[in-house]
Design a protein around this ligand. Structure first.
Ligand code: FAD
Length: 378
């Protein structure tokens, strides 16, 4: 039986990047994916993802974000595909709310280019927003949009060119680690390697049965609306990506109009728990009404015809930070669950981190805050 250096399970946002970075270092890598390339059943579909630098979740992410953007830009150049577009990012909310306060903390700690805008200035420069005078805006000058399906296609193509063997529609049914080897069984065969990188997104819990990793899968809905005014007002050169803390702790976000898609908007973290097998894919009228209610109060001219809606899964940890670590019982198995609803923008640098761990056993990137040991029973 052929022996690989590394097996990557899951070729979504993180796995496609990991396979590329491992292969680029001249290692023998096989990537195993249960579905097709850039499919719409996991966490990485929906045509756009926000990327930003002034990170309200924690300033500690900022160095990773700088490297992530460098790598996305390199991959864009190498692939010839449009992967990233800088539009600026408008973060709105009460001055003492998590979004604005967190953004400013990151921007000031790391000296990132930003502007603070009072509500009348937000309304003047971005007339689509009808925010109250109690809110302010922070404009992150280096935020923008990533095109997730093409990011995955570009990583997969670059991985293949670098010598990786990527196998699609081949679900992994079990894995075991013994001494210096791992053995992975799929519906079609058995693979052996020196180490294993698990990047299974919402299916991570299933592949880690027996290990108490506190992951909860959450269903979220994405909506595309046709604005009631001239769509040009929402073109990427006039309308940035945005995040609004519209009520304390409640967050809504969206994108400029990209192509013929209308304006995409979504709520962050208000979905119900689900599993990848029982997720309800249809979007109900109540959900659409709730989205319209938020639009009417904050972005009334976006509240036109609903063009489409789809569901997607977050894989949440209790503190909202990622898991990137060695398996506590198997020193040649690496776990990567960088989600909690904000991981895509990091996929490029996480691919590099996972290759560091798989090839060198260590990384210079700051990943201590993603260790499993922070959870009591891991
Ligand atoms: C609605 C929504 C909006 C989001 N918005 C943003 C945003 O604006 N900005 C941002 O940075 N992040 C955002 N995120 C988060 C981001 O998209 C995720 O963090 C990221 O996509 C996770 O990538 P992943 O590789 O872990 O998971 P996935 O891309 O889902 O990949 C996991 C892969 O593993 C495969 N797999 C699982 N089990 C097996 C098995 N047994 N055998 C073989 N293959 C298997 C799956 O089929 C899948 O392809 C959003 C997420 C959602 C759902």
């Amino acid at each position: 039986m052929e022996r690989y250096d590394t097996i990557v399970v899951g070729l979504g946002g993180m796995g496609s990047a990991a396979a590329f970075h491992v292969a680029q270092r001249g290692r023998r890598v096989v990537g195993l994916e249960q579905f097709t390339l850039a499919h719409d059943r996991g966490s990485s579909h929906g045509r756009s993802r926000v990327t930003r630098q002034a990170y309200f979740e924690n300033p500690a992410y900022v160095p990773l974000l700088g490297r992530a953007n460098e790598l996305w830009t390199q991959l864009q150049r190498y692939s010839g595909m449009r992967l990233i577009e800088i539009t600026g990012g408008l973060m709105l909310g009460p001055p003492d709310g998590g979004v604005v306060k967190g953004n400013l903390a990151s921007a000031r700690t790391h000296g990132l280019p930003h502007e603070v805008l009072e509500a009348p200035e937000v309304r003047r420069r971005f007339p689509a927003f009808s925010i109250e005078d109690t809110k302010i805006g922070v404009l992150d000058k280096v935020a923008g949009v990533l095109f997730p399906e093409d990011c995955i296609r570009a990583h997969a193509a670059a991985a293949t060119r670098a010598g990786a063997e990527l196998r699609w529609q081949e679900p992994v049914v079990s894995w075991k680690a013994t001494g210096d080897s791992v053995e992975v069984k799929t519906t079609q065969g058995t693979y052996v390697a020196g180490n294993l990188v698990l990047c299974a997104g919402p299916w991570m819990g299933e592949l880690l049965a027996g290990l108490s990793v506190p992951l909860v899968v959450e269903r979220n809905v994405l909506y595309w609306f046709r604005p009631t005014t001239d769509v040009v007002m929402f073109s990427p050169d006039k309308f940035p990506v945005f995040i609004i803390e519209y009520e304390p702790g409640k967050v809504f976000y969206g994108f400029p109009a990209l192509g013929d898609d209308g304006v995409k908007v979504a709520r962050h973290h208000t979905g119900i728990s689900c599993s990848p097998t029982d997720i309800k894919r249809e979007v109900n009228q109540n959900e659409i009404r709730e989205a319209r209610w938020i639009l009417e109060r904050n972005l009334p001219t976006v509240n036109g015809d609903l063009l489409s809606a789809t569901t997607c899964m977050y894989t949440n940890t209790p503190d909202g930070h990622f898991i990137i670590d060695w398996h506590p019982r198997h020193p040649n198995v690496i776990l990567a669950s960088p989600c909690s609803g904000h991981g895509f923008k990091f996929a490029s640098v996480i691919g590099e981190v996972l290759a560091d761990l798989a090839c060198d056993g260590q990384t210079k990137h700051p990943i201590d805050m993603f260790r499993l040991g922070r959870f009591k029973h891991a």
